[in-house]
Ligand binder design. Structure first.
Ligand code: NDP
Ligand code: HSE
Length: 377
């Protein structure tokens, strides 16, 4: 029996319970062992839940139980999630997580501690919800040089932009809807201001280029300034506005940013709508690979968490974890101001002008009354 503890019994934690119990026989057949949820740690009690008697509130019960093989952290936030994860790894327990905040902020250290203690630290659910992207980046694309990664990485904002575009929906109402559906972060500012996507593109950049860029160094713009008029202007150009995380190497440095972009209808990311995420990885040998699926939500995210639990149960220390990621400093990051792309200006009279970034600088200087400035992907 492979014993696990679930930390955080909210949307993803309860989804993980559902995947493990509903598909127990499929999972047992694959693993060759039974995965048993021995404890659930949460602030609340769940007296009516079938596993309500497994709920504990004191983490030391889990940490000090030698039968616990793995801790699945789905509490969110940096603390105590980081502290609990670190303690578990130091106790020789595997850790899997959906918490991109912890992976982006402390992943380098936690991977190192995992290696030192002969266990694994896995985070498939931290990017793209249920989409397999971390494992393919580590394993299947290992023989490729990654030219660039571009992705719609946040389900909440993609859901909002899609509802605004298709139904003229109101921003705040749609955000409430996304929260009710379990897509949004505990503090949804992280979604709409782009921080969540910044954490995710930092994680993908670490897999692509071996450097974890601090989130504070990721140029980040959210969707709060996007208006229905911008969306209609985009449509008139055959584009959709998407919040895009993008990373590539330029002159030996890593360009990394999260910005709203005009995505042409010829680009497969144009059709990625609602809570779905899409990630396009350009490589030197394979060319372009696309990853698509539900980027948030209870069962899709839990599916990725359970993939990691299975990997740890089957492969232990040699489960799929990146072998060397180091922390990046400011020197590694290509300045956002030097990045060149096409820009579309929208003016008060509704007219649009597409120019190159360099032309745009001169153009803005003329003070010709542009009301918005949107970058092309
Ligand atoms: P929820 O808020 O639904 O669940 C978190 C749970 O953890 C809550 O039950 C919360 O209790 C509990 N919790 C918080 N702090 C503690 C603590 N100190 N000790 C014990 N329990 C605690 O969040 P989600 O399930 O949506 O998200 C969990 C993580 O997964 C986050 O990192 C999120 O970013 C990530 N994620 C979420 C996705 C989604 O679609 N929801 C998708 C991909 C990743 P209480 O409610 O009482 O505070
Ligand atoms: N709040 C996140 C999103 C959850 O909307 O994409 C998935 O990471």
């Amino acid at each position: 029996m492979f014993n696990i503890a679930i930390l955080g019994f909210g949307t993803v934690g309860q989804g993980t319970y559902e995947v493990l119990t509903q598909n127990a026989s499929i999972i047992e057949k694959r693993v060759g062992d039974r995965i048993n949820i021995k404890y659930i740690l949460d602030l609340r009690d769940f007296p009516d839940h079938p596993y309500g008697d497994r709920v504990v509130h004191d983490y030391s019960v889990i940490l000090n139980d030698p039968e616990i093989d793995l801790v699945a952290e789905m509490m969110g936030g940096s603390h105590p999630a980081y502290d609990f994860s670190k303690a578990a790894l130091m106790e020789g327990k595997h850790v899997v997580t959906s918490n991109k905040e912890v992976v982006a902020n402390f992943g380098v250290e936690l991977l190192q501690i995992a290696r030192e203690n002969g266990v694994c630290y896995l985070f498939e659910a931290s990017v793209g919800g249920g989409i397999p992207i971390i494992r393919p980046m580590i394993n299947d694309l290992a023989q490729n040089r990654i030219i660039s990664v571009s992705g719609i990485l946040n389900g909440t904002t993609n859901y909002i932009l899609t509802q605004m575009s298709e139904f003229g929906a109101d921003f705040s109402e749609t955000l409430k809807d996304a929260q009710a559906k379990g897509y949004a972060e505990a503090n949804p500012a992280a979604d709409i201001e782009g921080t969540d996507a910044a954490r995710k593109i930092a994680i993908l950049a670490s897999l692509a280029y071996g450097k974890m860029i601090p989130v504070s160094m990721v140029h980040t713009e959210g969707i709060t300034k996007i208006t229905t008029a911008d969306i209609e202007a985009a449509k008139s150009l055959g584009c959709a506005i998407k919040l895009i995380g993008h990373t590539c190497e330029i002159d030996g440095r890593i360009f990394i940013a999260v910005t709203p972009r005009l995505v042409s209808e010829r680009d497969p990311l144009h059709g990625v709508c609602g809570v779905f995420n899409g990630i396009s990885v350009d490589t030197d040998m394979l060319g372009r690979a696309m990853f698509y699926g539900r980027g948030a939500g209870k069962l899709p995210t839990a599916s990725a968490v359970v993939a990691d639990i299975i990997d740890a149960a089957m492969n232990g220390e040699s489960a799929t974890a990146p072998c060397s990621i180091t922390s990046a400093d400011a020197e590694c990051v290509y300045p956002f101001e030097e990045y060149v792309c096409e820009v579309v200006y929208r003016f008060t009279d509704g007219s649009l002008k597409k120019v190159t970034e360099r032309e745009a600088d001169a153009f803005t200087g003329e003070g010709v009354g542009a009301v918005s400035r949107l970058r092309m992907l």
